[in-house]
Design a protein around this ligand. Structure first.
Ligand code: PLP
Length: 388
């Protein structure tokens, strides 16, 4: 059997190993040090946001933001419905009640019309959410302009979960903005399958220097600037390690190359699968440029109604046929409102994300893929859909 084709494996294309050796040579094998400072500086420049704090994960970044906002029992937090659970789990751990907002089928990101409706409903009762978490899905920015304006009109802090979207842009020309540069703060992930990886890690960035400074302090057990261990408040152990940051510095140097390659892979799929009946692709929003972190296809279900809460029979058939050829593919994120853990949660809309989950499949999108790998995957997909 041929080598396994993974969904989105790490791709170390640059100077990562040399930089890790540099970290070793300096003996900063610690959760602080020159590589962490450098990664933060270079990340801030790449993301176009002046302040950034490197952390052990994106989940940690979100937790620090919910701490900063004082999210506590009985609060509500609005969150994109179509996302990975980490977007909202740290708030729920603090006792918040999540309210989910469905996506717009033209962008697969939070539908501003539904957000407007949801904010309007709670504004009448005076119980506004502590935050809105809007997710940049599969490398595509949500509609920053409209979502930001709605949050600002109600005075609700906007957190952009750009875990999947580093390298994406919103707007064009003079007014271009990088992923995560909207609202109050942006968070990013460097987990193993994200667009750049440090094995595990995250970043918190904000135009508000105070937010980032306090997060940095809390990520190191809230230690005061004293020679002895002095604490006026309690913090966490969330800081990124200096060794891990060295990988990040090397990966960041390759970001433009990686984004270009991801978009190339998407184009290869589009060419290979053009004209296949019942097969479509995640749309690219007109307001920006998607990284195509993952290429996502949609498969029509031949008229059969799929059961709620599981992928369609067609998606499973294609996925299993790929698996049999040692190719990894995965269903689209299962929407939060369909997750048993959030059984009773309120959702605005829900039909769009439900349909995308039922009919969507993420296909191999690793930066190292060659054209013939994509052809090989597409042969299998065409084969199954043709009933062979
Ligand atoms: C991966 C991901 C996260 C979590 O990132 P970690 O670094 O693994 O904590 C959060 N939100 C979204 C949308 C993600 O895809």
């Amino acid at each position: 059997m041929s080598k396994r084709i993974f969904l989105s494996p790490p791709w170390m294309g640059g100077r990562e190993r040399a930089l890790v050796e540099e970290a070793f040579a300096s003996n900063y094998i610690a959760p602080c040090g020159p590589m962490v400072d450098r990664f933060e500086r270079e990340f801030a420049a790449a993301a176009g946001i002046p302040n950034a704090c490197a952390l052990s994960s994106c989940t940690a970044a979100l937790d620090l933001l919910f701490h900063e906002l004082g999210v506590e029992h009985g609060d509500t937090v609005f969150c994109s419905d179509l996302t990975f659970v980490a977007s909202v789990a740290p708030a729920v751990h603090r006792g918040a009640v999540p309210v989910f907002i469905d996506c717009d089928e033209a962008t697969w990101t939070m539908d501003p019309r539904l957000l407007e409706e949801a904010l309007g409903d709670v504004a009448r009762t005076g119980r506004l959410p502590k935050a809105v978490v809007a997710v940049d899905l599969y490398g595509q920015c949500c509609d920053y302009g409209r979502i930001e304006a709605l949050c600002a009109a109600h005075g609700v802090p906007l957190i952009v979960d750009a875990a999947e979207a580093l390298g994406a842009v919103y707007g064009a020309g003079q007014r271009v903005r990088h992923a995560g540069d909207a609202g109050w703060a942006g968070v990013y992930s460097f987990n193993g399958n994200k667009i750049i990886t440090t094995s595990g890690g995250g970043m918190l960035a904000s135009r508000d220097a105070g937010v980032v400074e306090r997060a940095r302090m809390r990520s190191q057990q809230a230690r005061e600037a004293q020679v002895w261990y002095e604490h006026r408040a309690l913090g966490y152990n969330y800081r990124m390690s200096n060794v891990v940051a060295a990988i990040g510095v090397g990966q960041l140097e390759m970001l433009d190359t990686i984004v270009a390659k991801k978009r190339q892979i998407f184009e290869w799929y589009r060419e290979e699968l053009a004209g296949v009946a019942g097969l479509g692709f995640m749309p690219e929003a007109g307001y920006g440029r998607c990284t195509r972190w993952l290429t996502v296809v949609t498969l029509e279900d031949g008229g059969q109604r799929s059961e709620a809460g599981v992928p369609s029979e067609t998606v499973e058939r294609v996925r299993l046929a790929l698996e049999a050829a040692n190719i990894e593919a995965r269903p689209v994120w299962k929407p939060m409102h369909l997750q048993p853990v959030f059984g009773a949660a309120r959702v605005y809309g829900g039909a769009v994300s439900g349909q995308l989950f039922a009919g969507g499949l993420c296909v191999p999108s690793g930066t190292g893929l060659a054209r013939q790998d994509v052809s090989y995957v597409c042969d299998r997909i065409r084969g199954v859909l043709a009933g062979r």
